[in-house]
Design a binder for this molecule. Structure first.
Ligand code: HAM
Length: 417
C-alpha cells in the first residue's frame, strides 16, 4: 500500500472548525489597529537572506540556527521570513514611505517560519499579528504601541497576562554596558554553563536567559543595563513609564528581558500569560531606531510588536459565536430537476442568503435528514408536484411557484412582521 503523507513536523492544518476563531482574532485586530490609524501591509513570504542576516542579526539564534534558507534556480539565497519587522522596514525604504506623514503605522497578519523544536505553542510555520510605527522616536509611540497590544489581548480574553518592560538604551550605551558585562562574565567564567561561556564575546546579554543554576547565580550580581541608562535614554524610558502609569497599565521592570532579535534599542517589552505552559510569551516587541539605517535607508526611528496567533488561541478564554446557519437548502428528486435547483439556490445567494443544494444524489428523505443536520432554516423541495417550501422549525409546507417567491418567503421568515 502507498504510504500516507503527513504535514511536515512543526506545521499544522487549519481545519474549517478552527477558522472562526482565527477570523475573530483577525477582525478584532483589524478593528482595533485600523481604528488607531494602522494600515495593513503584506510583504512577500520569502526575502533575500541578507535582509535577515543584517536586520535580525548574525549572532541571533534565528539567523544562526532557525532560518529556512534556500537557493532558487537563479542562484540567489532566499529565506522564508522568520519575522515581520525587517521586511516591513525594507518595504518602508523601498516605497519611500519617509515622505509620508510620520510615523507610518502598519499592521500585518501573516505566517512566519523558524526551524525550532516543535512543541505545544511552538511551530515551524506559525502566524503573527504585528504592528509597526515607523518614523518617530516620541515616547508616546512606545506607550501607544504597548497599550494597543494590551487592549488586543484583553479584548481577545487572553488570561493571566503580565507585561515585562525594560530599556536597552542606544547602541552606544549598550556597547559600553556590554563590555562591563563581559568583564563580569569572564571574572566568573568557571561557574557559567558551557553555552554561555562560549557566547561571552558574541552575545553576552543572552546569559540573562539561561536556566543553568550557576549562570543564574552569576547573573544575580551582574551589572544591570537599566542602571546604566543616561541622559535622553533615561528620560525617554521615564516618559514611556509615566504614560503607562497614567493609563493604569501594570508592568514589571525586568532587567533580564532579552529579546531574541538584535535590532532593539531603548524600550523592549513582552507579554506573558500564565495560561500557557513553557512557551509563555504571547507577544512582544520594542523600539528599533537603528534598523532602517542598517538596511541601507535613512536614519529612522521605529517601534512595534508581534503576537503569536497560536498562543493567543491557547490562552484565550473567550470564543467567538458559532458560524451562521444555512438559510435555505434546496432538495430535489432527481437529476432532471437539478437545473431548477441551481436557479433557486442562485437566486437565494444573490439575495444575500446562505444557500446549499443537494450535491451527493441522496433520496429526498435523505436530503431532508441532511438539511436538518445542517440546521437549515428552510428547505425548498422540488419534485413531480412542483415546488414547496418547508419551514424546518414548524415543518409547515407551502406551495411556491418561483425562485423569487422562495426568496421572498425566506426573507419574510427572517424578519417576521
Ligand atoms: P518574537 O518575540 O520573536 O518577536 O515573536 C513574537 C511572538 O510570535 C512571540 O511572542 C510568540 O507569541 C510568537 N512566536 C514566535 N515564534 C513562534 C513559534 N515558533 N511558534 C509559535 N509562535 C511563535 C518578533 O518576531 C518581532 N518581529 C516582534 C517585533 C515587531 N518587534 C518589533 N516589531
Amino acid at each position: 500500500m502507498t504510504q500516507k503523507l503527513q504535514a511536515p513536523r512543526g506545521t499544522y492544518d487549519v481545519l474549517p472548525d478552527q477558522a472562526a476563531a482565527r477570523r475573530w482574532i483577525e477582525h478584532t485586530a483589524e478593528r482595533l489597529l485600523e481604528g488607531a490609524g494602522y494600515r495593513r501591509i503584506e510583504t512577500p513570504t520569502f526575502e533575500a537572506t541578507e535582509l535577515f542576516a543584517r536586520g535580525v542579526g548574525e549572532s541571533t539564534d534565528i539567523v544562526q540556527k532557525e532560518m529556512y534558507t534556500f537557493q532558487d534556480a537563479g542562484g540567489r539565497s532566499l529565506t522564508l521570513r522568520p519575522e515581520g519587522t525587517a521586511p516591513v522596514c525594507r518595504a518602508y525604504v523601498d516605497h519611500g514611505m519617509q515622505k509620508l506623514p510620520q510615523p507610518v503605522k502598519l499592521w500585518y497578519l501573516s505566517s512566519f517560519f523558524r526551524y525550532e523544536r516543535a512543541q505545544a505553542g511552538r511551530y515551524r510555520q506559525f502566524w503573527q499579528v504585528g504592528a509597526e510605527a515607523i518614523g518617530s522616536d516620541d515616547p508616546a509611540v512606545d506607550a501607544e504601541a504597548i497599550l494597543l497590544l494590551h487592549e488586543l489581548l484583553a479584548e481577545l480574553g487572553v488570561g493571566d497576562v503580565r507585561l515585562r518592560l525594560s530599556s536597552l538604551g542606544t547602541a552606544a550605551t549598550r556597547a559600553a554596558y556590554r563590555e562591563e558585562l563581559q568583564s563580569h562574565l569572564r571574572a566568573h567564567a568557571d561557574r557559567l554553563s558551557e553555552e554561555v561561556r562560549g557566547r561571552i564575546d558574541l552575545n553576552p546579554l543572552r546569559a540573562f536567559d539561561s536556566d543553568h543554576p550557576g549562570t543564574q547565580e552569576v547573573m544575580a550580581t551582574a551589572p544591570r543595563l537599566l542602571d546604566r541608562l543616561e541622559g535622553e535614554d533615561a528620560e525617554h524610558f521615564a516618559q514611556v513609564r509615566a504614560l503607562l502609569d497614567a493609563e493604569g497599565v501594570a508592568y514589571q521592570l525586568d532587567h533580564g528581558l532579552v529579546r531574541g532579535l538584535d535590532y532593539y534599542t531603548r524600550t523592549v517589552f513582552e507579554f506573558t500569560s500564565d495560561a500557557l505552559g513553557a512557551q509563555s510569551g504571547v507577544g512582544g516587541g520594542g523600539r528599533y531606531d537603528g534598523l532602517i539605517q542598517q538596511l541601507g535607508g535613512p536614519a529612522t526611528a521605529g517601534i512595534g510588536w508581534a503576537a503569536g496567533i497560536e498562543r493567543i488561541l491557547l490562552a484565550a478564554e473567550q470564543r467567538p459565536a458559532p458560524e451562521p446557519v444555512v438559510d435555505l437548502y434546496v432538495a430535489y428528486d432527481g437529476p432532471e430537476r437539478r437545473r431548477e435547483a441551481f436557479v433557486v439556490a442562485g437566486e437565494a445567494r444573490r439575495a444575500g442568503m446562505s444557500a446549499q443544494l443537494e450535491l451527493a444524489g441522496r433520496s429526498l428523505k435523505g436530503q431532508l435528514r441532511h438539511a436538518a443536520r445542517l440546521e437549515a432554516r428552510y428547505v425548498a423541495i422540488l419534485d413531480g408536484e412542483g415546488m414547496r417550501l418547508m419551514d424546518m422549525e414548524t415543518h409547515e409546507q407551502q406551495d411556491v411557484d418561483s425562485a423569487a417567491a422562495v426568496v421572498a418567503r425566506v426573507i419574510k421568515g427572517r424578519h417576521p412582521a
